[in-house]
Ligand binder design. Structure first.
Ligand SMILES: Cc1cc2nc3c(=O)[nH]c(=O)nc-3n(C[C@H](O)[C@H](O)[C@H](O)COP(=O)(O)O)c2cc1C
Length: 372
């Protein structure tokens, strides 16, 4: 596609995602920023300012929120008080005319016992090295989950979804990417089970789909989303056949007619063993990532990872994606859709050190263009 023939401001066009009407194609990608109250996991006023600043996005996806305690690290949603705190943020976003979706997750083998939840996983395979986000603690060997424990975790997702619904979230997204628990079930490198939750592709997808069905029972299918990173290496993940895995998931998800599926392409960092070409170069596993995967899914697709405005316009124009989620650009441009509409300058990140720090710096102080 020749870029000159792309309609003017194509990213500003509205789009229907299930029950959600997005005012534009800009989505704030889920971004952990570690600003919630560390002891209680409570969302707070600082986060309220941060999310309200970004209400011009067609949809905001929150940072990942755990279904279990994670003191001093991620926010978690397991009680009424936490739900009420999020309600304030959701209300503020709605007052600004925005839509907000909660990303929900279980850490699985990335958990740290001292933070309130010991590591658990489909199989007892640990991550090598240290967790740089959690005081550089060395990853512990996870306990292999029993069937009964798996069923309890599925229920925990349902209960957190009920609390999210009470908070007023417009939608909920299952985090099935980046090597957290759902991804650990999906991919071979972390799932060596021989029961109904391991082995074949359908078995490895069972846990994921059981949770999706619980989320649908709470939010309705038109308000449920899922995020995948099938070739990503983050948290030492690998699968030898990510395309077949995605084909199966797409067949199952099409039946459920979700709001949207978000696809993260490379996620190249965290290159640990095994050393083989496909492992070092994840992009070789599914060449033309978005275009290839589009062929197997007719629902709404959100594309993510390293996408600039120019590529975003091409992906939308070519109908390869229906919206684009921006991570780093939505940190440094709280009003990215407004900047785009008005041909204002787009900022790059100036300080990576404030990604996971505390306090307002690098969090709520990236300027809105009209306030310069
Ligand atoms: C600071 C930071 C925090 C992130 N936290 C999450 C998260 O909580 N959940 C998630 O699915 N991805 C998370 N990601 C990944 C981003 O959503 C996104 O996939 C990544 O930044 C690539 O997109 P980009 O090139 O537009 O930034 C995070 C990335 C960054 C930089």
């Amino acid at each position: 596609m020749n870029q000159q023939s792309i309609p003017n401001k194509i990213l500003s066009s509205p789009v229907q995602f299930g029950d959600l009407k997005l005012k534009n194609r800009f989505i704030q990608a889920p971004l952990t920023r570690l600003r919630s109250d560390l002891d209680t996991g409570l969302a707070n006023n600082l986060m309220n300012i941060y999310y309200s600043q970004r209400a011009s996005f067609g949809l905001q996806i929150t940072e990942t929120v755990m279904t279990h305690q994670m003191k001093g690290y991620f926010p978690y949603l397991i009680n009424e008080q936490q739900s009420l705190q999020w309600r304030k943020i959701v209300d503020s976003v709605h007052q600004q005319g925005g839509l907000i979706c909660l990303q929900i997750s279980h850490g699985g083998r990335t958990n740290i016992s001292s933070m309130g939840s010991p590591p658990v996983a489909p199989s007892p395979i640990k991550i090598n090295g240290k967790n740089k986000f959690a005081n550089n603690e060395i990853y512990e060997a996870p306990e292999e989950l029993t069937i009964q424990e798996i069923k309890q975790i599925v229920k925990d997702f349902q209960q957190s979804a009920v609390l999210a619904k009470q908070s007023g979230f417009d939608a909920i997204q299952l985090h099935a990417a980046n090597g957290f628990l759902v991804d650990q079930f999906l991919r071979e490198s972390s799932n060596l089970r021989t029961d109904e939750y391991g082995g074949s592709i359908p078995n490895r997808c069972k846990f994921c789909l059981e949770i999706i069905d619980e989320l649908i029972s709470v939010f309705g299918n038109g308000r449920v989303s899922i995020r995948f990173s099938p070739v990503g290496r983050y948290n030492q993940m690998y699968d030898s056949n990510p395309l077949d895995l995605m084909k199966h998931l797409f067949i199952e998800l099409e039946k459920r007619n979700l709001s949207f599926v978000e696809l993260r392409r490379f996620g190249k960092f965290d290159l640990s063993a095994p050393v083989e070409e496909a492992y070092i170069h994840p992009e070789l596993q599914i060449p033309n990532f978005f275009k290839t995967l589009r062929q197997y899914y007719s629902g709404n697709i959100v594309a993510n990872d390293g996408i600039n405005i120019k590529e975003a316009e091409i992906l939308i124009n070519d109908k390869i994606a229906d919206a684009i989620s921006f991570g780093k650009l939505s940190i440094s441009n709280p009003d990215l859709p407004i900047r785009y509409d008005n041909d204002y300058e787009i900022n790059n990140i100036t300080d990576h050190n404030t990604f996971y720090s505390q306090g307002p710096q690098g969090y709520i102080d990236y300027p809105q263009y009209n306030k310069l």
